[in-house]
Design a protein around this ligand. Structure first.
Ligand SMILES: NC(=O)c1ccc[n+]([C@@H]2O[C@H](COP(=O)([O-])OP(=O)(O)OC[C@H]3O[C@@H](n4cnc5c(N)ncnc54)[C@H](O)[C@@H]3O)[C@@H](O)[C@H]2O)c1
Length: 258
């Protein structure tokens, strides 16, 4: 589906990003993993190579433009072109009321979730335009579509990411570059476990109450798997989705339907 393509996946060291790297590799792409956590990327590298594809890992802090530019230079020292970008890296930010959020927490949450995708697109778009081909997938959230109390910086960033997706899609469509967003619901894994634990503490409920509440909030009464997200990402990165652009697609077991 994406044979002979080179894909860059931010935050591919673990979680959803790792699943996306594996799915893209299984579909025939070589994968560049750009993540701030150097040690986490080793496992992803091995898993991509197990699929018979080339894997390159580059330590990148998406909050730093210099770092992103250096990463792009390193990529083009190795590969002639990049066809696919998955802006997956994100952080949950604080679970607190607006007036208890620090300026540093606000900046960091907006920077990783929103400025990171901007930097990556800014640096990779000229090459995509030159080759008249690009597939960009932004991993947003259902929290980009409806409020989530006590998660103001995260919700603001993900809502911004949907506006970014639509506006960029309109800008670059004529260059055969598609830009779409995936909005996961609660994806089971270590990150959501942490989020549930923090919410339990913030609201004086038990962990299992919070988890049940999240499951029951969806039509299917279940959380989502990383592979669910990865399969849609691989489809949106392929030539089977050519006329889908500027969209935000929920993978939420029916938690959000708009
Ligand atoms: N897990 C969920 O339930 C869920 C739900 C909706 C949306 N999402 C979104 O999916 C994406 C992936 O989430 P996840 O659950 O796999 O998270 P995760 O915490 O398991 O993985 C995130 C990855 O991003 C990397 N990262 C963090 N800060 C970085 C930075 N400054 N520069 C480069 N890399 C950085 C981390 O090292 C990590 O490898 C995020 O954008 C998240 O907001 C997740």
């Amino acid at each position: 589906m994406v044979a002979d393509r080179t894909a860059v996946v931010t935050g591919g060291g673990r979680g959803i990003g790792q699943a996306i790297c594996i799915e893209l590799a299984a579909s025939g792409a070589d994968v560049v993993v750009a993540d701030i956590d150097e040690s986490a990327m080793e496992e992803t590298k091995q898993l991509v190579e197990d699929e018979g594809q080339r894997a390159v890992t580059i330590k990148t802090d998406l909050q730093q433009l210099d770092d992103v530019q250096q990463t792009i230079d390193e990529i083009f020292d190795i590969f002639d072109s990049v066809e696919i970008l998955v802006n997956n890296a994100g952080i949950a930010g604080p679970t607190r009321l607006c007036e208890e959020v620090t300026a540093e927490e606000w900046d960091q949450t907006i920077d990783v979730n929103l400025r990171g995708p901007f930097y990556m697109c800014r640096e990779l778009l000229p090459g995509m335009k030159d080759q008249s081909y690009g597939r960009i997938v932004n991993i947003a959230s259902v929290t980009g579509k409806r409020p989530l109390e006590q998660r103001l910086p995260y919700a603001t960033a993900k809502m911004g990411l949907l506006g970014f997706t639509r506006t960029l899609a309109a800008e670059v469509g004529e260059h055969n570059i598609n830009v779409n967003a995936i909005c996961p619901g609660s994806v089971y894994g270590p990150r959501i476990k942490r989020v549930f634990e923090e919410k339990a503490e913030a609201t004086n409920q038990t962990y299992s109450d919070i988890r049940k509440e999240a499951e029951n909030a969806s039509a299917r009464n279940e959380l989502v798997s990383r592979k669910d997200i990865a399969q849609l990402a691989a489809f949106l990165c392929s030539d089977n989705s050519t006329r889908i652009t500027g969209q935000d697609i929920n993978v939420s077991s029916g938690k959000v339907m708009y």
